[in-house]
Structure formats: structure tokens, C-alpha cells
Design a binder for this molecule. Sequence first.
Ligand code: NAG
Ligand code: NAG
Length: 488
Amino acid sequence: MSSFHIKTFLFLLLFPFLTYSFQTSRSPSLSTTRTSLFSTVGEPKKKKSKEQRLAEAKNGLSVHVIGLSIHHASVDVREKLSIPEVMWNDASTNITKSPYVSEAAVLSTCNRFEVYFSSTEERPAMSDVTNYLSKRSGIPPPILRRSLFHLSSTDCITHLFRVSGGLDSLIIGEGQILSQVRQCHLHSIQEDGRGGKVVSRMLEGAVKAGKRVRSETDISKGSVSISSAAAELSEIRSMQALQLPFSEARLCVIGAGKMTRLLITHLASRGLQRISIVNRSYPRPRELAEQFPDVEFEIVLEEDMFDVIGRSDIVYTAASCEEAVISKRLLEENGLINRPLMIVDIGVPRNVEKDSEEVPGVTCYNVDDLSAVVARNTAMRQKEMMEAKTLLEEEAEGFATWQGSLGSIPMINQLQQKAEEYRTVEVKKASKKLSSLSDRELEAVERLSRGIVNKLLHGPMSHIRQSSGKLEDVKDMYGLGEEGKGKK
Ligand SMILES: *[C@@H]1O[C@H](CO)[C@@H](O)[C@H](O)[C@H]1NC(C)=O
Ligand SMILES: *[C@@H]1O[C@H](CO)[C@@H](O)[C@H](O)[C@H]1NC(C)=O
């Protein structure tokens, strides 16, 4: 018999048994897996579709997220809900006090607040989590609900993986959210964490996916803010404009406000160690110096501005003043001609007169040049997003498949039990007609029947196991033979 015929034969043989087994089951997890099981036996070459595998994620404990984010809620609601990182596990513990919530993990950052949890009963679990949030924030549930979003199963998984990959951030691909998701995962597996098997595994998968997105795509490359574009552009153009590697350039910043702080953050991340800051008074530059202990600051007052410009190779201007602080006339009056000098103006309104670039040796960039860099990089990130999406989908699917397999453990047991039941009944029936057989021959019949059943079950079982990831994990989670029990 050809392999095709054997498979068809097995399929036909198994059909009534499988149908019976599924019909007797009350668990929804079994019915979702039915198609895949049949397709393995009946149509061995057809792979399970993505939808099918993702649908399996619904088996056993289902995962959910309730949260709010920059896209959904106002700042004051966000502030009321936010939970400091040291209390994430405390909050998760309180949330899992609900009999319907099995596992929970809190992710609270300045841009988002999300509670990931698993449950066997969705509705009461949702309402318990919402009530907890309401109690904690002091916002009544009906009002709170307007700011909340809720996603389940594959939507929840997809959301978390997108968050971790930086696709849900204001600045696409930004890296901070990945480290926050990593923290969330680490907390969830601590002794007082409540991530359990499913939620913590989902977080772990999200971290892995987030790392892959950033290492395998260019989604986080290229500056997408004016201040980081200033750092990027001056680094790239340093050699050309100054015949000097960026690391050797002497830097000076005029102004000590918010833009300066952002700029220094980006310069520091590029290895900058020394910087001169020009300002009207000392307090603000001193505050800055305290924020960047690794950078050596020289604080210069306004009146010595051209003296320090004369000692610098790159000057960034970020002063908030109506009049330009640098112009052709001022540069000439202070003898700053015929020497290489790069001026990067990130001030709005502009701090540098347009005629400054007429001065020999001077290269100027203004906010328009920087905006062009930002626009280019943003467009590039959009393109990289497509690639990132595919990659995240792949990773999310991996988790969903693993999670789906949790629901298949009870099924394996049920399959085995049913098969054994049928076998004993059939052997018993036959043994009446086999009374003339010797004990040895009867034993051979018994063994034959076992052999046939095992052979028949082998295909479907190993298929189920293969998609189960680590079976041991799964076994000790449910305890073989037990239906998914919620609480630890
Ligand atoms: C958790 O519950 C305890 C006891 O009700 C309460 O004191 C604590 O503030 C709660 N913590 C959080 C983060 O909800
Ligand atoms: C000094 O810093 C303040 C605060 O950022 C800013 O408004 C002001 O324009 C700065 N002055 C100069 C000369 O840079």
C-alpha cells in the first residue's frame, strides 16, 4: 500500500473515534484544534494556516490587556493611573486576588499604562481589573472606561509585540519602550511577580521580538527629532566642514533650556565628554551639569560668548531670544573669519542670521536643514515598519502556537483514554469468539490491539506535541490529565 493509501485508511479508521471524542468534550479548546488534527491525518502536506494557529492561542488561559496610552487618554487620567515601577508587582498581586485573574503584569511608563493578564473567564476578569484600576485612581468605572482600551487573545499578543517593537510609540522604533517591556518581564518572573507561565512567556517573547526588530531592521536608526538630527548632522559633516573627526571637535552650546538638554543627551550618547555652555546666568547651566555627571562642563557667561566660540569647532545655538546671537557682522567684528567653524542653529526663532554663512570658513545649518533630515529618517522608518511588522507577526505567531499547545495537553490525555476504552471493549468482545486460544495467543492478540492503537495515535499525537514547544513546561503547568486550572 502506498503511503497515501495508508494515510487515507488511518484517517477513515480514526474518523468516527475522533468525532466522538470531540463531541463529548465541553472544552472549546478541543474544537478549535479539530481542523488542524484532521488536516494532519487526512491532508498531510497542507500546513496549518496562520489564522488557525493564531486561533489556537485562545485555548486554555486566554490573555488580555487593559490599558490606556497616549493615543487614548489625557495626561491627567494617565497620571492618576500610573504606578511606579517598584509597585508593579504589588499591583499585580492585588489584581490576581480576583478569582478570575490567573496571572498579571503591570507596565506603567510616562506614555502608557497597561495591565496584561490571563484568565479563564474573560468578562468577570475584565470587570475586576477595571474595578481595581478605578479604585486605585479614584476615577469611577464608567468614566475610566472611556479612556481604556481592551484587547484579547491574538489582538492582545499583537499589541504587546508592536509595543515592544516600538511600532506603537510616538517616535517609531524608539528603544526606551523595549527596556521598559524587559523590566516588566523581569518583574513578572520575580518571586513576588505574578506573570505565571503564560503572561511572563508572552512578555519574554515580546522582548525577544523587540530586540530582533531593532537588530534586523533599520527602524531605530536615523534621528527623528530636531535635537538628535543636530547631533547626527554635525557628526556626519564634521570631517567635510572642519577636516576634523567629530570626537576631536571642541563643542559649545549657546542657551541652557530644554533644547540644550535634549541636544546634550544625544551628544552624550555619541560619546561627547566635554562641552562649553554659554548663558546669561549660572543656575540653569549648573542644573544641566548635574543631570549629566559624565560630561565635563565649562560654563561661560554671555559677555564671553565670542571668546568661547573662538575656541570651538562646532557651535550649537538654542537660545530663546528674539534677536539673533550670531551674524556676519558679529563674527567679523570678533575676528572669527578664515577658520573652520560649524554653526548648527536649533533655535526657534532662528538664533543665527542667514548672512553668517557668507563668512569664509563658516558652515551653517538651521532648523530647516535639520527638519529635512528628520523627514528623511521618518520616511525611512515608515518603510522599515513593514519589515518590522512581518518580523513581529512571526514572533507573535510563535508565542500563539506555544500557547495554543497548552490547550492540547488535556486533549492528548483524552485521546489516549478514549482509545484505551475502545480497545478494551473490542478485545473483550472478540475474546468470546477466541476462547479456543491459548493464554499466549490471547496475549498476542492483546499486544496486537495495543500496537495498532499506538501506531494510529502516533501521528496525531506527535503533531500535537511538536507544536507544543517544551512539553515538560506544559505538563507541569497543568499537571497531566487535569483540565487547565486557573490559580497557581
Ligand atoms: C495592594 O493592596 C494593598 C492592601 O489592600 C494596599 O495597601 C496596596 O496599596 C495595594 N497596592 C497597589 C499597588 O495597588
Ligand atoms: C540662557 O538660558 C535661558 C534658558 O534656556 C535662555 O532663555 C536664554 O536665552 C539663554 N541666554 C543665552 C545668551 O544663551
